[in-house]
Write a protein that binds this ligand. Structure first.
Ligand code: ACO
Length: 330
């Protein structure tokens, strides 16, 4: 057992933010060759939120962070680390965590971004646990934010109907307060990265004035993603339960990455957990990638579905490919 697994790492505050602007499937029908019926039956999604003009991933993260800090009863100045998960940062440089830090009035914290696509929040829990294990007085602000509607190709109906914008945030400490992070496991397979991409990095050497190509936007082989997502989310969930001597019967609520209702149902079936113990809110927000799991946690708490005393199993899968699972005891 590693040292970081021995530390009582706790998630002490939760916050979530979705932009005001809502795009329903019926709104999409007006400019995408699709129907509400197709989107609802294939994915479960009914609407998604979209950042306003001039509002960016860092703004959404800062909103979620303020709520997480209030939930934790903490001031921004108490934060020692800001770690931010995103695959749609405001800039390649500066990192979004620094922008969030500035928006919150924090100066002097360690601040960096990381990209594990939809697995960002669970990867972030793993990093936060390592930070508080190395530095028990650390107070880590983990944000997970996405501006995915900025990278959708509205001419590609196979992807543009799936994604939305939003942010989630948590404060992680070892001070004995909040939900206990019992364990977290993360994994990846970089050989499959080409199945789900968003360009705009330096791989494609754009010159000034060049138009952007299709590669600039989300591109995905949906069927392959579906297959790998189900297999890996279920397998890593079983692994994290097994190494803690638990079974699915010990889990009060499965909170999976909100990508697609059929993926969620297939993972639930593989794990043998009844549907009434699986939290779903993707019909309201679509797939918000890194923000998906913390948005779902905040929503489940707000709706009274996730209550003190309950053990939640978080399971996620995303581009990279990356995947992970965590046990949080509220
Ligand atoms: N509206 C109407 N018709 C559409 C749309 C749309 N938005 N998109 C595709 N179609 C059509 C296709 O053109 C195709 O028509 P054809 O048979 O005439 O060629 C037909 O619907 C079926 O298309 P498929 O791509 O085969 O549809 P499928 O049933 O596989 O569903 C989907 C597509 C929903 C993307 C599915 O593959 C899936 O759920 N994949 C999982 C991927 C996912 O959710 N990823 C999320 C991001 S990754 C992550 O977060 C982990």
């Amino acid at each position: 057992m590693t040292a970081s697994r021995d530390i009582a790492c706790r998630v002490r505050g939760f916050g979530a933010y979705t932009p005001v602007d809502v795009l329903t499937n019926f709104d999409l029908e007006k400019f995408v060759e699709t129907t509400d019926e197709w989107i609802t039956t294939r994915t479960g999604i009914r609407q998604r939120h979209r950042l306003a003009e001039g509002q960016n991933a860092s703004d959404a993260a800062a909103e979620a962070a303020r709520l997480a800090l209030a939930d934790a009863g903490m001031e921004p100045g108490e934060i020692t680390h800001v770690i931010n998960a995103t695959c749609t940062p405001d800039y390649l440089c500066p990192n979004t965590a620094c922008l969030v830090e500035a928006k919150l009035g924090i100066v002097g914290a360690m601040a960096f971004d990381f990209n594990a696509a939809c697995s960002g929040y669970v990867y972030g829990l793993s990093m936060a646990r390592a930070i508080v294990a190395a530095q028990p007085e650390a107070r880590v602000l983990l944000t997970a934010t996405e501006a995915l509607t900025r990278r959708l190709n509205w001419a590609d109906r196979t992807t543009c109907v799936l994604f939305g914008d939003g942010a989630g945030a948590s404060v992680i400490t070892a001070d004995g307060q909040g939900a206990l992070l019992e364990d977290v496991l993360c994994a990846s397979d970089g050989n499959l990265g080409g199945l789900l991409t968003i360009g705009g990095g330096t791989h494609t050497p754009y010159a000034k004035g060049d138009p952007v190509g299709d590669d600039f936007f989300v591109q995905m082989n949906g069927r392959d993603v579906f297959k790998h997502a189900v297999r890996n989310m279920a397998a890593i969930s079983q692994d994290v339960l097994a190494r803690n001597g638990l079974t699915i019967d010990d889990v009060a609520l499965l909170i999976p990455h909100q990508a697609n209702l059929r993926i969620i149902e297939a993972v639930g079936d593989r794990l043998g957990i009844p549907a009434d113990r699986v939290f779903v809110n993707l019909h309201e927000v679509g797939n918000t990638s890194a923000a998906s799991v913390p948005l779902a946690i905040a929503d489940a708490r707000a709706k009274g579905v996730l209550r003190p005393g309950m053990r939640a199993l978080l399971a996620t899968f995303g581009g990279g490919f990356t995947w992970g699972a965590a046990l949080l005891h509220f």
